[in-house]
Design a protein around this ligand. Structure first.
Ligand code: RVP
Length: 539
């Protein structure tokens, strides 16, 4: 396949290309013994050090003909994987990334979120349940308003979430007793006092048109049109808020050809687990409806992963799908594949917020790790007839890194920083020095790890050292627009490589390493940029 058999493809394709491309060579990825330690002969490389060399494309190679379908879980030759994604993207198992809102938005585009496991098993199961019980067109509120809050709180919430319509509940939770609704037509910033209580200017529940939780989406939309309202709060028999239906969403749920649904037409969602409390956590997650699990560990070449998978197989057989990782070489892949992992995740230390390499001196350049593992996957398939998908996790900065990772052999990509920037991620949107940003912190940061101390009633000791940082990332708007934009580029590049499927891309891609000087040439250079906020400058 791709990177490892370039010689063969060069010969095959010689009639189509008139130049001699430079191909990467991966001579011998087994570490060699030099003195006491074993050394990998290759240097460790990352995505920015490679480019794709375009190949012949026929008139059929147009973006609308490209399929990004990809297997999520292992399958035997001649069979179909039990879960196939419509786009090769999953969201990282992180507090700052994968909550229910993002999981729904990503499933609507054809990918999968893994709800973060760094919270109590009960909380995580509740988030999974929220995704599984979500009905398309019904939006779960992210407002925290209570009647006693003030106009200043409303403005702060609007700034943070970007939403102008906010339901008000007795306790400020998304499913608390419904008290009323605030829209931007209810106040005038120039005239009203910031301390004015919400109860004085909200439209009270008794004056709102609402619908009960048994109303279908079609009926809700009919009410919205007949009553000439912009939103319809859905309230249960006890007067608690359930969700909202918005006029502006009327058509959007119809235009999602790629949405990823289970056999009951519910969105597909994954969940992170660890190698310690699986006996307690896994049953709760499965009960809540999780479609796939993933062991979340920065170092996955360990017996702990085997014990976790063994426990799942003993209690659920192969009906529960579970990915494992992270590994960075062929030996790690083979170990986890033999343990029965449904997919294997690759990457140590390449994440944007990750300082594992600095702190512990372990890891490997993401591209080198991926190439090595994908070769092992292909060998494993040849030897056993079982295909175990590979996920490239972390280190994707530019959209072209996605195409490169897929060309190098990744079946799908796990992204953290990328998704953290969107409206749907669970973090706050802030205005820092005039620019909107969102918070993004590593699972190995003190901030993320604090959950264990709090949720376990202070039983867990403080950390001796951290492996992740707390940061800001530029706010980038809705997930849908960004994912569409990125995948348009991926599709277009695939066409330049003559590929209409990801398998074809792996087979046909020709990849070259770039020198430091060519890297400079690749960006805008020797000109003065007019727009200092241009996309490239923003990164
Ligand atoms: P990125 O997409 O580059 O932001 O990387 C996200 C990945 O980084 C995660 O999927 C995970 O593998 C890794 N990570 C998460 N937290 C930390 C840390 O604190 N070191 N690393």
């Amino acid at each position: 396949m791709c990177c490892l058999s370039y010689q063969q493809h060069t010969t095959q394709r010689a009639t189509h290309v008139s130049f001699q491309a430079v191909y990467i060579t991966v001579q011998d990825v087994e570490p060699k013994e030099i003195g006491m330690a074993k050394f990998f002969e290759e240097e460790s490389h990352t995505f920015s050090e490679y480019l794709l060399v375009p190949g012949y494309s026929s008139s059929k190679n147009i973006p609308s003909n490209v399929s990004l379908e990809t297997p999520l879980v292992r399958y035997a030759k001649g069979e179909k994987p039990s879960i196939t994604m419509h786009i090769p993207m999953v969201s990282a198992i992180m507090q700052a990334v994968s909550g229910p809102r993002l999981a729904i938005a990503l499933a609507q585009e054809g990918g999968i979120s893994f709800i973060y496991g760094s919270q109590s098993p009960e909380n995580e199961a509740q988030m999974v349940r929220e995704v599984k019980s979500y009905k398309a067109g019904f939006v779960i509120s992210d407002s925290t308003l209570t009647p006693d809050m003030t106009l200043a709180d409303v403005l702060e919430l609007k700034e943070r979430t970007g939403h102008t319509t906010m339901p008000v509940t007795e306790d400020g939770t998304p499913t608390g007793k419904f008290c009323g609704i605030v829209t931007s037509r209810d106040y005038r910033v120039s005239r009203d006092e910031p301390q004015k209580p919400v109860r004085e200017f909200m439209t009270a529940a008794s004056d709102c048109i609402t619908a009960n939780a048994r109303t279908s989406l079609k009926e809700c939309n009919d009410i919205i049109w007949e009553q000439k309202v912009n939103q319809l709060p859905i309230v249960d028999d006890n007067g608690n808020l359930v969700s909202l239906v918005f006029r502006k969403d009327y058509d959007s749920h119809k235009s999602r050809p790629d949405e990823l649904l289970d056999e009951h037409k519910r969105y597909i969602v994954g969940a992170g687990i660890n190698t310690r409390d699986y006996a307690q956590r896994v049953p709760l997650l499965i009960d809540a409806g999780a479609d796939v699990l993933c062991i979340d560990s920065s170092e996955g070449f360990s017996e702990w992963q085997k014990l976790t998978i063994d426990w799942i197989r003993e209690h659920y057989g192969t009906s529960v799908k579970v990915g494992a990782g992270n590994v960075v070489d062929a030996a790690g892949f083979r170990y986890l594949a033999d343990c029965g992992a449904d997919f294997v995740k690759v990457g140590i230390g390449g994440g944007s917020i990750c300082i594992t390499r600095e702190q512990k001196g372990i890891g490997r350049g993401q591209a080198s790790a991926l190439i090595d593992v994908c070769r092992a996957r292909d060998e494993y398939y040849e030897q056993t007839g079982v295909y175990v998908p590979v996920c490239s996790d972390g280190g994707i900065v530019y959209d072209y890194h996605m195409t490169l990772a897929l060309a190098m052999g990744a079946d799908f990509l796990m992204l953290g920083r990328y998704f953290a920037r969107f409206d749907e991620s669970p973090t706050r949107r802030l205005n820092v020095n005039g620019s909107y940003v969102k918070e993004y912190w590593g699972e190995g940061s003190a901030r993320a790890r604090n959950w264990a101390r709090y949720d376990l009633g202070g039983k867990k000791k403080a950390l001796s050292f951290v492996e992740g940082v707390d940061s800001y990332v530029p706010y980038a708007g809705p997930l849908k627009d960004n994912v569409e934009g990125s995948l348009t580029k991926v599709r277009s590049t695939m066409c330049n490589c003559g590929a209409l499927t990801l398998a074809e891309l792996r087979d046909k891609a020709r990849i070259t390493r770039v020198s430091a000087t060519s890297l400079v040439e690749g960006g805008a250079h020797d000109v003065m940029l007019k727009d200092s906020n241009s996309d490239m400058n923003f990164r």
